[in-house]
Design a protein around this ligand. Structure first.
Ligand SMILES: NC(=O)C1=CN([C@@H]2O[C@H](COP(=O)(O)OP(=O)(O)OC[C@H]3O[C@@H](n4cnc5c(N)ncnc54)[C@H](O)[C@@H]3O)[C@@H](O)[C@H]2O)C=CC1
Ligand SMILES: CC(=O)C(=O)O
Ligand SMILES: [Mg+2]
Length: 379
């Protein structure tokens, strides 16, 4: 298969979808890889590194999209990239479609096969291609929150861990999954007082078993959130309903409960955000203030630590890239239900129920969509 890896073009996005090591694996199995000129240079991989691994380095994204059978990326395709996709081509990347009607429309119009990292599942009910970036974003969320508490950023002037004789900050983590646990771990490491909330009792039980009385677990209700907001210095939004737009758990009205200069870090912003007042920001301009509360809502947080993130992401994606290339996307998905769960758009059909519901499209089961594609091909 001819696999193409373009340079990312989202604001301050320095990750790349494949390392030279990944190229070497593909080429060793008889595939061809095109990598865009300087695509990995920001994370320490030169064009020469890619060439030595067996890739052909090409000048433009246009050439990569025109020639490749499968495009492997990191972030959701930007409009210019969507318009270069075509029927019969496969796109493998993060998509986050539920809160993004514009991108969904363009992907449907392209006729391409669009597989999203964030909805691929595993046998442990996890999301193996979201998890590595959730680990990064969860850990980062606390360092960003701590920085936002500084006066120069508009914050209340609290030091996360306090000092002897002065109280540490209160950190409230809403959502105790991968982001939430990693946030809690770093916040505890900095000496903050941590409360973590979830809707899943088994999840709360396992967090309690892991950390005992080093943190507080609470069942997530509006009432509990309201009570905790009054105490919190930093709130991390870390909820997820896979594929769906994030539920709005903190309304604008509820900001009045918070102390001025407190901080909201909405990691769930890539699914639309779990605070009513959240709107996506960039690494260039990461924060804004609403009613005295600092909001940090960067939709590609791991891009800020692109070297670590590229390695962590590609460690997880490589086995799936190899399966897609070796077997072809349809066969690979037919043989692996967890990979099939990653199929979001196929030849103009929406194949994730939560996305179809959020955006008002007809839902086509992925296995039905694939079968109809086979019929179309053989007609
Ligand atoms: N902004 C960024 O750069 C990044 C954003 N993310 C996003 O972070 C979010 C969280 O991801 P993960 O931790 O991997 O998901 P996860 O599935 O591991 O955890 C989500 C948790 O939220 C809980 N939850 C659902 N509804 C809830 C509610 N009403 N109250 C409290 N908890 C609730 C679930 O029970 C689950 O434990 C996702 O939207 C993901 O896309 C992930 C990485 C980077
Ligand atoms: C998960 C995601 O949106 C990111 O890593 O940018
Ligand atoms: Mg996005």
């Amino acid at each position: 298969m001819l696999v193409g890896v373009p340079k990312e073009i989202k604001n301050h996005e320095y990750r790349i979808g494949m390392t030279p090591a990944g190229v070497k694996e593909l080429v060793g199995r008889g595939h061809q890889v095109l990598v865009q000129h300087q695509g990995g240079v920001a994370v320490g991989f030169s064009d020469e590194d890619y060439r030595q691994a067996g890739a052909e380095v090409v000048d433009s994204a246009e050439e990569i999209f025109a020639r490749s059978e499968m495009i492997v990326k990191v972030k959701e395709p930007q409009p210019i990239e969507c318009t270069m996709l075509r029927e019969g081509q496969t796109l493998f990347t993060y998509l986050h479609l539920a809160p993004d009607p514009g991108q969904t429309e363009l992907l449907l119009a392209s006729g391409a096969t669009c597989i999203a990292y964030e909805t691929v599942t595993d046998a442990n009910r996890g999301l193996p291609l979201l998890a590595p970036m959730s680990e990064v974003a969860g850990r980062m969320s606390i360092q960003e929150g701590a920085y936002c508490l500084e006066k120069a950023q508009g914050g209340s002037g609290m030091l996360m861990g306090g000092v002897p004789g002065v109280e540490a900050a209160n950190v409230l983590v809403i959502g105790g999954g991968v982001v939430g646990l990693n946030a809690a771990r770093i916040a505890m490491g900095m000496g903050a007082k941590v409360t973590i909330m979830d809707r899943s009792l088994p999840r709360l039980k396992s967090i309690d078993e892991l950390y005992g009385d080093r943190l507080t677990t609470l069942y997530s209700t509006t009432d509990a959130i309201e009570k905790q907001l009054a105490l919190a210095d930093v709130v991390i939004g870390a909820v997820l309903i896979p594929g769906a737009a994030a539920p709005k758990l903190v309304t604008r009205e509820m900001l009045k409960l918070m102390k001025p200069g407190s901080v909201l870090v909405d990691v769930a912003i890539d699914q639309g955000g779990c605070f009513e007042t959240s709107k996506a920001t960039t690494h260039e301009n990461p924060t804004y203030i609403v009613d005295g509360i600092i909001h940090y809502c960067v939709a590609n947080m791991p891009g800020g630590v692109a070297r670590t993130s590229t390695l962590a992401l590609t460690n997880a994606t490589l086995p799936y890239v190899l399966a897609l290339a070796d077997k072809g996307p349809c066969q690979a998905m037919a043989e692996d239900n967890h990979l099939l769960n990653g199929l979001n758009v196929y030849r103009g059909m929406v194949t994730v129920e939560a996305v179809a519901q959020a955006l008002g499209y007809a839902y086509v089961k992925p296995e039905v969509a694939l079968a109809s594609g086979d019929l179309k091909q053989s007609a």
